[in-house]
Design a protein around this ligand. Structure first.
Ligand code: NAD
Length: 363
């Protein structure tokens, strides 16, 4: 198969969908890889790195689309690309169709086969192509909480880990899933006193087994959140209720009982946010203040660390890309039910229930 690696053109997106190491493996499997010039620059890979791994560098996205059987991206193709997509061409990337009606309807017109990273499921369930980005965002959340607690950034001026003879900061993590677990681990690793709350007893049991002594997993309830929010120097929001907007667990009213300068990091902002006062921010203007409480609500946190994010994402996507390239999408989806769950669109037919339901389209 000829596999095309496109350069990301969405604003502030520096990741790339395949590393030179991935190109080498594709080549070993007998595939040809076309890489759009400067596709890897934002992630630290030069065209020469890709060429050395066996890729053919092409100047423009139109050439990648015209010559490839399968094209790969990180983010959804942008409007300037729709006309370049060929009927029958496999497009493998994050699409998030259900959130974007225009993208869905425009893509149906391309006649392509759209396989979405975000709906591929793993052999034991879960969303293996979303997990790495949750890990990145969770770990970053602890870093951002530490940074914005510094006085120069408007914070309380407290070091997360404290020092000898001085108490550490208290960090409250709401949600003990992938994001929350990674955030709590990092905050605990820095020496903070950490509480992690979840509503799922099995998850709390697991967290109790794996977390270090300075991290306490507790059952989430409004009373528990109120009590711990009053003690917190930083609160990390990492809840997810599948198929619903995030619940507002911290209200503006509660700010009155909280420490001035407390930092709220709302990782769940892409699902509407779990603090009443959250609104999405960007890396170029990440924080704002409400009643003395600092809010960090960047919707694409992994974009700040493209080198790590690219490696983490491509570690997860490459095995699926290889299956598609080796067998063709039909046979690959027949053999791997999890990959089949990634199939969102074949020609003008929607093949993923959630997308069809979102826009009243036939399924
Ligand atoms: P996950 O499903 O692994 O974990 C969510 C957890 O929240 C679950 O364990 C669930 O039991 C718990 N939960 C639900 N309601 C709760 C409540 N009231 N109190 C306490 N816990 C509750 O999800 P995840 O992968 O950790 O993702 C969390 C959120 O982070 C999602 O909204 C995801 O989209 C978002 N995210 C954002 C970014 C970003 O850049 N901002 C990046 C990655 C993920």
């Amino acid at each position: 198969m000829i596999v095309g690696v496109l350069k990301e053109i969405k604003a502030q997106e520096n990741r790339v969908c395949m590393t030179p190491a991935g190109v080498e493996v594709m080549k070993q499997h007998g595939h040809e890889v076309l890489v759009e010039a400067s596709a890897g620059i934002g992630s630290g890979f030069s065209d020469a790195d890709y060429a050395a791994a066996g890729a053919r560098i092409v100047a423009a996205p139109a050439e990648v689309y015209a010559q490839s059987d399968m094209v790969m991206h990180v983010k959804e193709p942008q409007p300037s690309e729709y006309a370049m997509v060929k009927p029958g061409q496999i497009v493998f990337t994050y699409f998030h169709f259900a959130a974007e009606e225009k993208l869905t309807r425009e893509f149906m017109k391309t006649g392509s086969v759209a396989i979405a990273y975000e709906t591929v499921t793993g052999p034991h369930g879960g969303l293996p192509l979303l997990t790495p980005m949750s890990e990145v965002a969770g770990r970053m959340a602890a870093q951002e909480a530490a940074k914005y607690n510094e006085r120069v950034h408007g914070g309380r001026g407290i070091l997360l880990g404290g020092v000898t003879g001085v108490a550490p900061a208290t960090v409250l993590v709401l949600g003990g899933g992938i994001v929350g677990t990674n955030a709590a681990m990092m905050a605990a690793g820095l020496g903070a006193k950490v509480y992690i709350l979840d509503m799922n007893l099995d998850r709390l049991r697991y967290l109790s087994e794996i977390m270090p002594k300075n991290c306490t997993p507790l059952m989430s309830s409004p009373a528990m959140i109120r009590e711990l929010a009053a003690q917190a120097d930083a609160i990390i929001g990492a809840v997810l209720v599948v198929g619903a907007k995030a619940p507002k667990l911290i209200t503006r009213e509660m700010f009155k009982g909280m420490k001035p300068g407390c930092v709220l990091v709302d990782v769940a902002i892409d699902q509407g946010g779990c603090f009443e006062t959250s609104k999405a921010t960007t890396h170029s203007d990440p924080i704002y203040e409400v009643d003395g409480i600092i809010h960090y609500c960047v919707a694409n946190m992994p974009g700040a660390v493209p080198i790590t994010s690219t490696m983490a994402l491509t570690n997860a996507t490459l095995p699926y890309a290889l299956q598609i390239a080796d067998k063709g999408w039909k046979a690959a989806c027949k053999e791997n039910a999890g990959l089949k769950n990634g199939l969102n669109m074949v020609g003008d037919k929607i093949t993923f229930k959630g997308v069809a339901e979102a826009f009243g389209l036939p399924f």
